[in-house]
Design a protein. Sequence first.
Length: 216
Amino acid sequence: MAKKFDYVLFDFDGTVADTGRGVMRCALLALQAYGCDETDANRLRRFVGPPLLESFMGFYGADEETARKMVDKYREHYSAGGMFECDFYEGMPQVLETLQAAGCKIAVASSKPGKYIKEILKDLGAQKYFEFVSAPEIGYSDPGKPKLIADAMQAIGAEKESTVMVGDRLFDIEGAKKVGIASIGAVYGYGGEKELKDYGADMLAFSPAQITELIL
């Protein structure tokens, strides 16, 4: 049976790996450094996935200068070890192995700085699955998910009709739509079923294993 998709793009946080522990701890430390002692874990969950600058500004009303300082403080703690406070979602290595064995070309398209993604993938022993990591560089602004997706597609020679974006947040679904490719909403991540449905995910995966079923 022919594959439904030959090219698969993955968001990283909340899709490939559950990075929540490290992201939320470092976000809290950055907030505390600027006088905000957040006690609601659900509010901290919002930091998993979206660009940090917009998160500090949108969620806590920080002006851009302060938000940039918060991002710097976050990255100080994240680089010091927070990035490694994460794990593959259960079954994700098997998904990647199966897709690769089936001949799919796989890449990452994420708003997380590429330096962190590459170091985490190395720590997890997972670099071998991904042909390209499309992500911002530290010190440069996030170009937005559509541009990250387009860059990943160009790097792996993907064609729109045979490419799918897998992600857990609205940004992944919106980005896929703007580029003109299909999307799979990762319900097991941090966005939730309602968010993914509301933004028009073409398909939903309630577990990593379902991703394989939808693609192959």
